[in-house]
Design a protein around this ligand. Structure first.
Ligand code: NDP
Length: 243
């Protein structure tokens, strides 16, 4: 049984990615989320309506022990399951000027995006290397590419995941496991719900926020066999805001 795992798959971009992978590729979906069980169950139902098996896996990607335990227990109950596609999507923001940024706002953002990448990817990379096949896709951000004032914590976390993507791609490319990053600009989701879209969209050459589905289309391509010679890349998807 082949699976695609999407972290933070209950809402927003992760939800769109999980649905797209279910629709486009022949994978069962393993849907991780943190706390919003109602949203996760709704998403799982939408995926099952597509005729694809979807299993929920609740854990905090920032917590190494909880992540390891949840994945190990799932693997014990599903001994024949192989995770071929891993999308590290879970992420949070705690914005504010650096001079006022408390330790918790710094470390929670780093722990979720950067340590989350480590905690989850560690659980699957050996299996992918043994099978000599795998797709690891990290959802980063324009903030991690260019740095964004008011988001020093988030820019640092996403920038570090970009570097990790490039380094890991070089380590494991010979075993046919690809590692890529997708860097969205402004995308409509709960994360950007409070943003002043009317003002911000004037800065974007395409004059609009992107949709989660547009990010999902790119991820689906990178997760497919068609993307077999793309690795170590950071692909921007931002309506021309920065490239
Ligand atoms: P949302 O806030 O809409 O959704 C976040 C998702 O991540 C939810 O499913 C949430 O689960 C999950 N999550 C949060 N923390 C954890 C955790 N510790 N462990 C497991 N799951 C967690 O965010 P978006 O969909 O907008 O963002 C998705 C990714 O895209 C993030 O990495 C974000 O940084 C990145 N991104 C977003 C952009 C945007 O404009 N929206 C732009 C650039 C990058 P639950 O429902 O349980 O809370």
């Amino acid at each position: 049984m082949k699976y695609a795992l999407v972290t933070g798959g209950s809402r927003g971009i992760g939800k769109a990615i999980a649905m797209k992978l279910a629709a486009d590729l022949e994978y069962h979906i393993l849907l991780n989320y943190h706390s919003n069980t109602e949203a996760a169950e709704e998403t799982a139902k939408l995926i099952e309506d597509l005729g694809v098996n979807c299993e929920l896996l609740k854990f905090d990607v920032a917590n190494p022990e909880a992540t390891k335990k949840a994945i190990e227990n799932w693997q014990i109950s599903n001994p024949d399951a192989v995770v071929e596609v891993l999308v590290n999507n879970a992420g949070i923001t705690k914005d504010g000027l650096f001079m006022w940024m408390g330790e918790e706002d710094w470390s929670s953002v780093i722990n979720t995006s950067l340590n989350g990448f480590y905690n989850v990817t560690q659980q699957f990379v050996k299996g992918m290397l043994q099978k000599r096949y795998g797709r690891i896709i990290n959802i980063v951000s324009l903030s991690g590419v260019k740095g964004n004032p008011g988001q020093v914590n988030y820019s640092a976390a996403k920038g570090a995941v970009i570097s990790a993507t490039k380094a890991l791609a070089q380590e494991i490319g010979k075993r046919k496991v690809t590692v890529n990053a997708v860097a969205p600009g402004f995308i409509t989701s709960d994360m950007t719900a409070d943003f002043d879209e009317k003002t911000l969209k004037k800065m974007i050459p395409m004059q609009r926020f992107g949709d989660a589905e547009e990010v999902a289309d790119l991820v689906s391509f990178l997760a497919s066999k068609k993307a077999s010679y793309i690795t170590g890349e950071v692909i921007n998807i931002n309506g021309g805001l920065y490239s």
